[in-house]
Design a protein around this ligand. Structure first.
Ligand SMILES: Cc1cc2nc3c(=O)[nH]c(=O)nc-3n(C[C@H](O)[C@H](O)[C@H](O)COP(=O)(O)O)c2cc1C
Length: 261
């Protein structure tokens, strides 16, 4: 399809079913989705065994890590460290996901002190584990679009203090501003077109505040080649999309790379 990289997950340490179905909703009038999957996962062991099998050269695979639903928030660090150790040798990059709205209280881990403790521990776990290449496996954190400016800056300071390698912005939003579709009342994270402007703004703010010291993977509301171009022009190191595929179809990645070439 033309994608330059793939991100797997969110993977949890132990297998869990996620939320009852239906748990994904199409907001056709808004070019958007609401999902409340809640990390359905086969668990780290099954995913790691699959990843350890043969795969084509040159396919970049990130692995996105999350705590189990029934892991208490105070024990979350251990979940993420276990995942980092298991996947550092198998992944091209690791993502600490603290921004899904569908695992109760997960987003509280984005707050400055909690995030510093979490990322420092995960970084140490990553550092003591050999990577796929000579260098340690890059470690990123994925942030929510609903952070206030002050909270975003606190999270970025925590990320820089912990010495991690990059930021992914953004996850889905809890906002329901300006939606037309009747499904807008569903619980979950909103993705797609309603995120386009917010996600671009957040990319710009992150690059400004960090003075470009951390690479940013930009995601959220990339529905067209123009949107992808705007992310690159703003300084994104990589661009991801998910909901765009639902509305733009499987030809979207090719249309984007042809327009960018
Ligand atoms: C059905 C669905 C499932 C998702 N699951 C995850 C997930 O497990 N972990 C995660 O970090 N983000 C997850 N996301 C968020 C996306 O990775 C992305 O950050 C968000 O949808 C914004 O991008 P988009 O507008 O291109 O979809 C999910 C999104 C959708 C639509």
């Amino acid at each position: 399809m033309g994608f330059g990289h793939i991100e797997l997950g969110t993977v949890t340490p132990r297998a869990q079913p996620g939320n009852p179905k239906p748990r994904v909703f199409r907001l056709s009038e808004d070019d958007a989705l609401i999902n409340r999957l809640g990390f359905p996962s086969l668990g780290a062991e099954v995913v790691a065994e699959r990843l350890a099998g043969p795969r084509p050269e040159g396919v970049i695979v990130g692995v996105n890590l999350g705590k189990n639903k029934d892991t208490a928030l105070e024990d979350a660090v251990a979940d993420y460290c276990l995942l980092a150790r298991r996947f550092a040798p198998l992944a091209d990059y690791l993502v600490v996901n603290v921004s899904s709205p569908n695992t109760p209280d997960l987003r509280r881990l984005q707050a400055g002190p909690a995030l510093t403790a979490l990322l420092s521990a995960v970084r140490a776990a990553r550092d003591e584990t050999p990577g796929r290449r000579k260098a340690p496996t890059p470690l990123l954190v994925k942030l929510a679009p609903d952070l206030s400016l002050e909270d975003l800056r606190e999270s970025l300071t925590a990320a820089m203090d912990a010495g991690i390698d990059g930021i992914i912005a953004t996850n889905t939003t809890l906002s329901r501003d300006g939606l037309k579709s009747p499904q807008a009342t569903e619980t979950g994270g909103l993705s797609g077109a309603p995120l386009t402007a917010r996600s671009l703004d957040m990319l710009r703010e992150i690059l400004r505040f960090t003075e470009g010291r951390l690479p940013v993977i930009s995601v959220g509301g990339v529905m067209s080649a123009e949107h992808a171009q705007a992310r690159i022009d703003a300084g994104a190191s990589l661009v991801q999309l998910y909901t765009g595929l639902v509305y733009g179809g499987p030809g979207l990645p090719r249309r984007i790379i042809e327009a960018l070439a």
